[in-house]
Ligand binder design. Structure first.
Ligand code: GLV
Ligand code: MN
Ligand code: MN
Length: 419
C-alpha cells in the first residue's frame, strides 16, 4: 500500500511532539501527569489543537476522553479508531500512553500530506485516567466508553490528598453522574488499534521490531485498611503492640511469596501503594492503607492467589490483634485480542519489512476494555531494557518510526484508501 516509509517523507515530527508532551507534568523526578489534573488537561488541550489543525472534528465525551474524527468519503459511519492515554503514573517517562496517541496523530498527518481519503472515517482517541496511580482505579475512560464503569466503587475512592474522584472530575468541568453517558454503541467502531511501548524486555531480547499482542493480562486490585493501635514507641513493650505497619509488611511478603511459588509463570503480584498513619518516627503505626494487585493471563491463577492471600491476611491479623477491611477496586478478566486484526497487523509487518513477534501483554491497557466493544488489536514497540513506569523509559527513535509505519499501514488497510 504505502510506497514510501515514514522516514522517507517526514520531518520526524513525532519525536518533536513527544518532547512537547513531556513538558506537561515535568518535574524533578520525571513526569507526573495524573488523571483529572491540570497537567493532564494541558496535554488534552494541546492534543485537541493538533487534531483541529489537521482538520479533524474533536469532542470531549462525558468521561473526559478526547475523540477526534477524520471523515471518510463513503457512506460508512463506523470508524477505524486508534489511540491510547495521556495521563501518567507518578515519576513516569515520556512514552507510556502518549506514544500511541501521537502515533495516531502522525497517521492522520501522513494521510493529509499524501492527500489520501479513506472509505471509513478515522478516529483518534485519547483516553483519560488509564493509570491507577491517583485513585487506585484504572482505564476509567475506556470503561466508560464500553459501559463497564463501577459507579459504586468510583463514588468511594479518594486520592492520597483525600480528594474524592467525584470532586476531581467536577474540577475538570465534568459531571460525575453523567460519566456513564460516554458509553458508545458497537456499531460506531469498526475496529480499535492501540500502539504502545512494550514496557518489558521481550522484543529487545528477541531482537524484534514489533510486538503483535495476542492477549492482555488484567489486574485484580484490592485496597486494605489495616487498623492496629498507635502508641509511644519508647514505652510500649513489644508484646503489647498492635503495629499495623508490621502486619502490612507480612502481607507484602505473603504477596511476593505466593506469586513466586505460583505454577503459572505469567502471574505477578505487587503492593505499590502504602499509606502509614500517623507516619511519625516515635509513634507505633496505628493504621495502614495499602493497595495490592495480582495480574495474570490465567483467571484461575489470579483467583487462587487471592484466595490464598485472604487466608494469610486472616491469620496475620488474628495473630497481631489487627482488624483488616478490604475493598475490591477492580477485577478484570484477561483478554484475547481479535485474530483478524492481529492478522492485519502481521500482514502490515510483512509488507513493510518489519520483524515481529506475537506476544502477551503483562501490562493492562485501554485495549482490554475496547475489545469488548469492537474487534481490537495492539502494536508494541520495544522498550530499552524493558524499563517503564520510570523516568528512564526509552524507545529508540527508529523503533518509534517503525511503530508509526505499522500503525499507518494497518489503519490504511482497515479504513480502505480511495484511489
Ligand atoms: C498500566 O500502566 C498498568 O498498570 O498496567
Ligand atoms: Mn502505564
Ligand atoms: Mn499505558
Amino acid at each position: 500500500m504505502a510506497k514510501t516509509s515514514y522516514r522517507d517523507d517526514h520531518a520526524f515530527s513525532i519525536h518533536f511532539f513527544l518532547e512537547v508532551f513531556s513538558r506537561f507534568g515535568y518535574g524533578a523526578n520525571g513526569i507526573t501527569r495524573l488523571a483529572y489534573t491540570e497537567p493532564e488537561k494541558m496535554a488534552k488541550t494541546q492534543f485537541v489543537k493538533l487534531c483541529e489543525n489537521e482538520g479533524m472534528n474533536v469532542r470531549l465525551d462525558a468521561a473526559g476522553n478526547v475523540i477526534a474524527r477524520r471523515s471518510g468519503v463513503g457512506e460508512e459511519k463506523c470508524a477505524v479508531a486508534c489511540g491510547s492515554h495521556l495521563d501518567s503514573v507518578i515519576n513516569a517517562g515520556s512514552y507510556d500512553g502518549v506514544l500511541g496517541v501521537l502515533a495516531g496523530l502522525e497517521v492522520v498527518r501522513m494521510l493529509n500530506r499524501r492527500n489520501i481519503q479513506t472509505r471509513y472515517p478515522i478516529e483518534l482517541i485519547a483516553f483519560t485516567c488509564e493509570e491507577s496511580s491517583r485513585f487506585g482505579v484504572s482505564t476509567v475512560g475506556s470503561k466508560a466508553m464500553v459501559g463497564l464503569l463501577d459507579m459504586d466503587v468510583l463514588a468511594h475512592v479518594k486520592d492520597k490528598a483525600g480528594m474524592s474522584f467525584e470532586e476531581a472530575v467536577r474540577l475538570q468541568g465534568l459531571d460525575f453522574a453523567r460519566l456513564p453517558q460516554a458509553r458508545r454503541s458497537p456499531d460506531e467502531l469498526k475496529v480499535f488499534i492501540e500502539l504502545h511501548i512494550e514496557q518489558g524486555p521481550v522484543l529487545e531480547q528477541n531482537k524484534k521490531q514489533i510486538g503483535v499482542v495476542s492477549s492482555i493480562a488484567a489486574p485484580t486490585r484490592f485496597r486494605l485498611n489495616i487498623a492496629g493501635e498507635a502508641g509511644h514507641s519508647g514505652t510500649t513493650t513489644m508484646e503489647l503492640r498492635k503495629d499495623a505497619l508490621v502486619g502490612a509488611a507480612e502481607i507484602i511478603l505473603a504477596v511476593e511469596k505466593l506469586t513466586t511459588q505460583e505454577h503459572h509463570s505469567f502471574s505477578v503480584g505487587t503492593v505499590g501503594s502504602l499509606h502509614v498513619l500517623p507516619n511519625s518516627t516515635n509513634t507505633i503505626p496505628g493504621k495502614v492503607e495499602m493497595i495490592y494487585e495480582f495480574r495474570s493471563n490465567d483467571r484461575e491463577s489470579k483467583y487462587h492467589l487471592n484466595r490464598s492471600l485472604i487466608e494469610q491476611i486472616k491469620d496475620i491479623s488474628e495473630r497481631r490483634g489487627l482488624t483488616v477491611e478490604s475493598q475490591l477496586l477492580s477485577d478484570e478478566s484477561p483478554v484475547e485480542l481479535n485474530p483478524f486484526v492481529r492478522n492485519v497487523i502481521k500482514e502490515s509487518c510483512e509488507v513493510r519489512g518489519k520483524s515481529f513477534l506475537e506476544m502477551a501483554s503483562g501490562a493492562g491497557h485501554d485495549a482490554m476494555n475496547m475489545a469488548q466493544l469492537c474487534p481490537t488489536g495492539m502494536i508494541f514497540v520495544p522498550s530499552v531494557r524493558g524499563v517503564s513506569h520510570h523516568p528512564g523509559e526509552f524507545t529508540e527513535p527508529f523503533d518509534v518510526e517503525a511503530g508509526v509505519d505499522i500503525l499507518y499501514e494497518t489503519m490504511l488497510r482497515l479504513a480502505e484508501p480511495i484511489c
